[in-house]
Design a protein around this ligand. Structure first.
Ligand SMILES: C[S@@+](CC[C@H](N)C(=O)[O-])C[C@H]1O[C@@H](n2cnc3c(N)ncnc32)[C@H](O)[C@@H]1O
Length: 205
């Protein structure tokens, strides 16, 4: 599993490498821009003001919400990712920390209209994902929502088909969302939207 230093090294080339995989419509980032666009639209359509981004990376999605007037809080463990994101969002509260340890106190003191996590939570195993997401629900304002956009599949059969197609590109260290296996364990109303052969959005709230 890549640690924060690995993400520091990837940070400057991140947007380009993700864009290439998305444009070629191949695993792991096929559908990436569409995932971010869908979440962006849904967050703004609901009139969200206060937004928390877990694993915000270079801030591609949150910086757009910031430009629309949202107040942004974020958590990431890569110092370089934080630097890049801070350039785009100088007023955002960007905290360095490991979400595998839960949410730092200063982020737990707020309530949010939207909590987003794109391409980050596949670093947690399924029990940890469920535990973490269920605790985040307590930080939502009334009518708030959590949006998880990631490499995600409705069923394990779809995941296995993608693994077979991807050959050596498949990353065995990442633990992707299989919606059918997680939905009963997640609290609240849960929905899945398939975006590409390897991407989807799970919304809960
Ligand atoms: C693949 S990038 C996704 C970035 C951005 N959300 C996007 O959609 O482009 C994953 C991000 O999550 C961060 N990350 C991964 N594991 C983390 C952890 N355990 N705690 C905090 N941040 C983590 C990485 O530093 C990186 O910025």
């Amino acid at each position: 599993m890549m640690n924060n230093k690995g993400f520091d090294l990837w940070a400057d080339g991140y947007d380009v490498s993700v864009g290439l995989s998305d444009e070629a419509n191949i695993y792991p980032f096929a559908g990436y821009k569409q995932v971010l666009n869908r979440i962006y639209q849904q967050v703004l359509e609901k009139g969200s003001q206060d937004v928390l981004d877990i694993g915000f990376g270079t801030g591609t999605l949150t910086a757009k919400l910031y430009d629309q007037g949202c107040r942004i809080w974020g958590l990431d463990f890569s110092a370089r990712m934080i630097e890049l994101a801070r350039e785009k969002m100088p007023q955002a509260v960007l905290v360095q920390g490991d979400f595998a340890q839960g949410l730092p106190e200063e982020l737990r003191q707020q309530k949010y209209d939207a909590i987003i996590a794109t391409y980050s939570l596949h670093h947690l195993d399924d029990d940890a994902k469920v535990g973490f997401l269920n605790t985040l629900l307590f930080l939502l304002k009334p009518n708030g929502k959590i949006y998880v956009g990631d490499v995600a599949f409705e069923t394990r059969t779809e995941l296995e088909a993608c693994r077979a197609d991807s050959g050596e590109e498949w990353d065995d260290e990442e633990i992707y969302f299989v919606y059918n296996e997680l939905k009963e364990k997640l609290s609240g109303e849960v929905m899945f939207e398939k975006i590409s052969h390897c991407a989807g959005i799970i919304a809960l709230g």
